[in-house]
Ligand binder design. Structure first.
Ligand SMILES: Cc1ncc(COP(=O)(O)O)c(C=O)c1O
Length: 440
């Protein structure tokens, strides 16, 4: 029986139009390098490297081997009042790559869990310092910080929030987003206009009094909302305002860490150091779910007081620091080092930018944006059918061009492999052009 003939109805798929999908399923059964395979043997080029996850390609032999070895050596180990060697090693490895002063790592299992962990750490930090009044959390419109209640509340994606509006966590506010298509359309790299939007944080400090604000969380480059690079100077200005008011700055680097911007972290690329970094995805090349929260010494130290036999942070997951995930993480870090992945990614940026911006005069296209190896082509929505054009392109790419292309509504998003072959990249964009030419 082919997979498609199974009773697909039992499987409730995430962030998917279930009924449309099940009428004609798109099912992957294998992967290698830059390609997926389907059950009938079709090879599909993956323009999204998983879901921003798999920068060094699918089934990288070194990571596969490390996981196989680990699962046969230590499959699981409680990490409450006990731990495993791999979690210790990975914490050290990752903090070594982090900006100076960020030397502590708490493990979670996803980006969403990392974000909710970071928000709790921020609240606990202020409380430990005797500033328990600092409870307000600030996110940004069009931000995406996962789907748990904390992340959803500080997030600014309307469809994700709409159904839960009355139950979002209290004490949250949002600064304005930076997407300004009128002034910045078709900018290559960072938009020139909009640094002043960071001053919106001053407005919220005036409204709530800065002394009541615990933390501000932003993605250095917003990803899931359609790739929004920050305007030149914007992140530095946010840092300044946070410093003036004693507010913690959290960078959500679930996408932007581990080479996506040609550096270990976006913080390094932008020369702006936050107090807390959340990450996931490229931490294990997507092979085993894992997230991490990296914190400044001063944040960690604030918790390390009181009787030494007491738990300092009442928080953790059964799988925090899972040994198999940690082994995948360590092997991934080895690959990054040995193959020079971050340099490879930097070397591809210009080619990627040129390919993307060649769509400037294409029918329906209203903006093209890029930074590092993150890119987007935004199309005008159809009258009364927002998102249909993008969805149709996703499906046509799959069925007619053997390619996986991600759309968020009418924005095509691109997350090429950090070790992409420039020719393959070029061919994939030629195929996208054929599809764009063919749709209304
Ligand atoms: C910036 C950011 N934060 C959080 C998340 C949530 O991560 P996860 O889906 O692993 O929970 C994502 C996922 O794309 C993300 O891009």
């Amino acid at each position: 029986m082919s997979l498609a003939e199974n009773n697909l109805d039992t499987y409730w798929m995430p962030f998917t139009a279930n009924r449309d999908f099940k009428a004609k399923p798109r099912v992957i059964t294998g992967a290698s390098g830059h390609y997926y395979t389907t059950e009938n043997g079709n090879k599909l080029y993956d323009t999204f490297s998983g879901l921003w996850t798999s920068g060094v390609g699918h089934c990288h032999p070194k990571i596969v081997e490390a996981v196989q070895k680990q699962v046969a050596t230590l499959d699981y180990c409680m990490t409450f009042q006990l731990t495993n060697n791999k979690a210790i090693e990975l914490a050290e490895r990752v903090t070594d790559m982090a900006p100076n002063g960020i030397n502590h790592c708490f493990f979670a299992n996803s980006g969403s869990e990392s974000v909710d962990t970071a928000l709790k750490i921020a609240l606990g930090y202020h409380r430990a310092k005797g500033e328990g009044n600092r409870t307000r959390l600030i996110g940004r419109e069009r931000g995406y910080h996962g789907v748990n209640f904390g992340g959803m509340s500080v997030g600014g994606m309307v469809p994700n929030r709409k159904a839960f509006s009355a139950n979002l966590i209290p004490g949250v506010d949002h600064i304005r987003h930076t997407h300004d298509i009128e002034r910045n359309a078709f900018t290559r790299g960072l938009p020139l206009h909009g640094a002043e939007l960071a001053n919106d944080l001053e407005r919220l400090c005036a409204l709530h009094d800065g002394s009541n604000i615990a933390a501000v969380i932003v993605e250095p480059v917003a990803g899931s909302t359609g790739v929004l690079p920050p305007p030149v100077g914007y992140l530095k200005r946010l840092r300044e305002i946070c410093d003036q008011h004693g507010i913690l700055l959290i960078f959500d680097e679930v996408i932007t860490a581990f080479g996506r911007l040609g550096a270990p972290f976006a913080a390094e690329r932008f020369g702006v150091t936050p107090d807390i970094i959340t990450t996931a995805k490229g931490l294990t090349n997507g092979v085993i779910p894992m997230g991490a929260v990296l914190v400044r010494d001063s944040v960690y130290d604030a918790f390390m007081q009181g009787p030494e036999n007491m738990i300092e942070l009442f928080h953790g997951y059964t799988y925090s620091g899972h040994p198999v995930a940690a082994a995948a993480g360590l092997a991934t870090m080895d690959v990054y080092d040995e193959e020079g992945t971050f340099e490879q990614a930097s070397g591809l940026e210009q080619h990627f930018e040129d390919l993307l911006h060649s769509f400037k005069d294409q029918k329906h296209v209203v903006d093209v944006r890029n930074f590092g190896l993150m890119g987007a082509i935004e199309m005008a929505p159809r009258d009364g059918a927002a998102g249909m054009r993008g969805f149709e392109i996703h499906k046509k790419c799959f069925w007619e061009e053997n390619m996986v292309v991600r759309n968020g509504m009418d924005v095509l998003q691109f997350s090429p492999f950090l070790n992409s072959d420039p020719d393959e990249m070029e061919q994939s964009f030629a195929a996208i052009r054929r599809v764009l030419d063919s749709i209304e």
